[in-house]
Ligand binder design. Structure first.
Ligand SMILES: [Zn+2]
Length: 156
């Protein structure tokens, strides 16, 4: 409502009490304490994420193999950004894998045609998802898919 609520940031303003300082999310505009690491509304990282972490998060989507390795390595336990993307990757690839196995089990001549079509569409969807999610991770964004993202956000 008021212009002063716009998210222009003035580093010169504000006193010596960082706990009470408010910042606005550059992504969705939600206000939060300056100490917040992530926007509570959209999950945007409020701290710059190292290029190496962003590269690893993007790599996590390559398949569930790098994602699982990242989740298991003790060195990345505290990397919430990385672990979120790794969990989301594991969940997506897990569902894709289960659906593929189910299609193989259920195959008969009629179903084979349907699953061939389904398989092509699912593969295209996975290719699209993989590209989008890798780019989002590389940009340092905590991009949540419906369902998968909410679940990945709860996993640590
Ligand atoms: Zn936000």
């Amino acid at each position: 409502m008021a212009g002063e609520l716009s998210n222009s940031q003035d580093p010169a303003a504000g006193g010596g009490n960082p706990a009470e300082a408010k910042v606005a999310c550059p992504h969705c505009g939600t206000g939060m304490p300056a100490s917040a690491a992530f926007c509570p509304a959209c999950g945007w990282s409020m701290r710059p994420i190292a290029a190496s972490d962003r590269a690893l998060a993007a790599l996590a989507y390559f398949s569930f193999v790098p994602a699982a390795v990242l989740l298991l390595l003790p060195g990345f336990r505290e990397h919430r950004f990385l672990r979120f993307h790794a969990w989301q990757s594991v969940l997506i690839w897990g569902v894709f894998f289960v659906l593929t196995v189910a299609a193989l089990f259920l195959s008969n001549v009629a179903a084979a045609m349907a699953f061939l079509l389904f398989g092509i569409l699912a593969s295209l969807a996975m290719l699209f998802l993989w590209i989008v999610l890798s780019i989002k991770a590389w940009q340092g964004e905590r991009f949540e898919l419906p369902l998968f993202g909410a679940l990945a956000g709860r996993l640590r």
